[in-house]
Design a protein around this ligand. Sequence first.
Ligand SMILES: Cc1ncc(COP(=O)(O)O)c(C=O)c1O
Length: 466
Amino acid sequence: MTRESDGFGAAMPILDRLMHHAANERASFHVPGHHGRYLPQPLSAWLGQALKLDLTELPGLDNFHSASDCIAASEELCARHYGAYRTYYSVNGATACVMAALKGACGVPGQRVLVLGPCHMSVWRGLVYADAVPVWVPSPWNPARQAFDPPSPAALDAELRQWQPVKAVFVTSPTYPGFVADVRSLAEVAHRHGALLLVDEAHGAHFGLDPRLPDHSVAQGADVVIQSPHKTLPCLTQAAWMHVSRPDLADGVHEALLFLHTTSPSYLLLASLDAAQAFLRSGQDLVRETLDVLARYRPLEPQSDPMRMWIPTGSRARSARLAERLEERGMFLEYWDASGALAIFGFGQGERDVARFFEVYRTWCEEAGEETPETPWHGAFLYEAPAVLALRPSAIEHLPGRRVPLRGAAGLVAKRPISPYPPGVPALWPGQVISEQHVEILARMWMEGHDIVGVAADGTIEVCDA
Ligand SMILES: Cc1ncc(COP(=O)(O)O)c(C=O)c1O
């Protein structure tokens, strides 16, 4: 179906239908239970008119699980913008998209997937879902940036030579702090070795909207690209989409995505995806103006997202002080920890807000410049060697677990990810045999008070009981 042939004159097919329905409905004799009229206060006051758009699969509103009308039309408009073969909407975040990408790309169980650099926890769930065999390829920790560097095409080439056959390569770009990989070259290398390239671009739905933004990964030759418009475009939380470039992958990926979805998708979320895809065409002036404002306050660097500002501090105390200074003035960061602090700017954010942010930031820089830095984070070398799993992710999920003291865990198999925080990336993956060196470094970090997700307050971790 095309926009021209289906009678959709407007650029927001889902929202149009919802508004049409809301304008014509005098009384609702259908779900949802608020019937467009009543929710307890103060929620109803906050939601206001939006309540009337919180509808379900009524005549004219299409069906998420077999979209052929307004949902399909909206997805097609989105696909056209990015140049994808198909775009599929998700009301279960990029999490469901990551899982579906892995499942759809792998097809049958037992396929090998190279996972480059740090990745979101949904990758683990996707590997279980796809019954795939991962090879973790670490990215180098960059102490100057206090962040992992994006993976290099040369490193991928070497890994692919070693690990054939590989069904898919999974990479996250941009990284959380906003550093962008050379996706075009990664795609060329992956394809040369007969592997698919799946890109988690959850933080890059706005890429390509201005020449000062990096290109998006569909344009760079990736086979599947996952984006969370709710993170960087004007869109409601939880709404995401994924683009598929290869026709032979589309049905499998879509089916895998629907498998992870409710049969009662929120039309408010679908409407916000619809509005976000319209913004891709109508919002370009706003994007340009926002970047003009940001460029007045700091240089926009190539190979990183100008809409985010990663401030490497190498110190929890310094990061906390910046967060406090901002909060005193009613401004909140996306995130901060002992490696640094992250600010994310939004399209349409007024210059006044940006100026206030930089005023606090510059004062903090002057204060921070006078301090001696703390001892650098020494856990980075936990990530230097690639993790090798003793068991497949799906097998680990089925094994019983037991708790043992971290100090006595060498030689056992991890059941849960163990992630020092920062950087929040597992140093041990489920299924990985725990080495003496892991125990030594992790135990030392834990004793020094470093947060380690997966290590309980009594110093125990969960291992496979087999
Ligand atoms: C890189 C990355 N991928 C995937 C996700 C999951 O996205 P969502 O919250 O939309 O499910 C996140 C969430 O923070 C993320 O940072």
